[in-house]
Design a protein around this ligand. Structure first.
Ligand code: NAD
Ligand code: GLY
Length: 363
């Protein structure tokens, strides 16, 4: 039996849920009273995670008794689709899911978004429990209730806000996580550091890629991000204002990913590059000091978070920002930093400045 190392209570949309963080805590988490009240449970698990952790998962899911039905998902992004959701919802009917049932998603952000979407729409919404197996899901995607699937024209177009009833971040799963996926999670933790979670920033500065993986540090890093993000979501669940700070670096990052057609580019690498562009623009506008800009860039470099510099079509990338934001003319709105830890939203940036800073960072 293992102990929960950190427990965060998150409030959102008039409800609250617990986030349990620790090593080898899944079985105990699934024995909680609220989980026991569900009559039927569909467990949507990443097929890869199931292959890598089969014994541990089967033992832990045993806590659900005969109420659970395991459905494996090939968790490539292209399968986080509206069409696939329809097939999973048909399976829910076949296995007898009703209003007293719940869904558990076991995987990274792809499974979490997908399982959360299926739970959110099935019979007008049944509970979703996220069991996060990637660092990104632990520090970011399992928190805050955004769930969505993709259409062929773009990512996360069909979705809703559906807050989880429980989140379990069991670091035992991270033992098998590839470094590139680990970096994706570190980038989101760094984002939290730069927009206000100052201890995370200091922790990233004092460590390197090897030492940050120490069990206690990872548990602490996840707990700080969960606590930070959930407080922002508590203030603004529907992203009417302050939640927009969580998009820091993401507009440029998403444009790079979509320009590259999601091939040969990691999400974390694209976002870290977007963060560098926003730091560069904040510096140009005199909003942050040279020392602060250097501090941010040093962390990005020391963990190898950014993309390799490459010959690139800046106008092509900017075009993809236009699809994303629909508010372009000769300037566009972004999240900038007025000092490290102090984000400001809705900042208009002239396109020529955006292009110049992107040229410095990317090409
Ligand atoms: P992911 O879910 O695609 O997982 C990355 C890869 O790691 C996959 O190949 C997966 O099979 C594998 N994997 C998962 N756990 C593993 C483990 N323990 N060991 C070994 N391999 C493992 O990636 P992600 O970065 O977790 O999530 C990205 C998704 O999250 C995107 O779809 C993005 O849109 C979404 N997202 C959502 C939010 C939100 O607020 N809802 C926030 C950020 C990102
Ligand atoms: N990942 C951004 C958000 O949850 O708002």
């Amino acid at each position: 039996m293992a102990d929960v190392s950190h427990r965060v209570t998150a409030y959102a949309g008039g409800a609250k849920y617990e986030v349990l963080i620790g090593r080898a805590i899944l079985a105990d988490a699934l024995r909680r009273e609220e989980v026991g009240s569900y009559e039927r449970v569909a467990v949507i698990a990443s097929a890869r995670v199931y292959d890598l952790h089969r014994e541990y998962l089967e033992e832990s899911l045993g806590a659900l008794g005969g109420r659970s039905c395991l459905i494996l998902m090939d968790d490539r992004e292209l399968n986080k689709s509206y069409a696939a959701a329809g097939r999973f919802l048909d399976q829910f009917i076949e296995i007898g899911m009703n209003r007293k049932s719940a869904v558990i998603g076991v995987g990274g952000g792809v499974v979490g978004d997908f399982a959360g979407y299926c739970a959110g729409v099935y019979m007008r919404g049944i509970p979703i429990i996220h069991v996060s197996t990637t660092l990104l899901a632990m520090v970011d995607s399992s928190i805050g209730g955004k769930v969505a699937v993709n259409l062929s024209v773009g990512k996360n177009i069909v979705g809703l806000f559906h807050q989880p009833s429980l989140v379990v971040s069991d670091t035992r799963f991270l033992d098998t996580l590839p470094d590139i996926e680990f970096r994706n999670g570190l980038t989101e933790a760094l984002k939290h550091g730069l927009i206000g979670e100052r201890k995370t920033l200091r922790m990233l500065e004092r460590n390197d890629m090897d030492s940050i993986k120490h069990e206690d540090r990872i548990l602490g890093l996840v707990a700080r991000s969960v606590s930070f993000k959930s407080k922002i979501v508590q203030r603004d669940e529907r992203e009417r204002d302050v939640r927009a700070i969580l998009n820091f670096g993401h507009t440029v990052g998403h444009a790079i990913e979509s320009f590259m057609e999601y091939r040969g580019v990691s999400h974390g690498g694209a976002v870290a590059t977007g963060i560098q562009v926003m730091v560069g623009i904040s510096r140009r506008l005199g909003l942050i000091s040279g020392a602060d800009a250097d501090r941010a860039n040093r962390i990005i470099a020391s963990y190898g978070l950014m993309l390799e510099k490459q010959a690139c079509d800046l106008d092509g990338v900017i075009k993809h920002m236009e699809y994303d934001k629909k508010n372009f003319g000769d300037s566009a709105k972004f999240v900038l930093l007025k000092g490290l830890g102090n984000p400001i939203i809705n900042q208009r940036i002239p396109l020529n400045m955006l292009r110049e800073v992107m040229a410095e960072v990317i090409c």
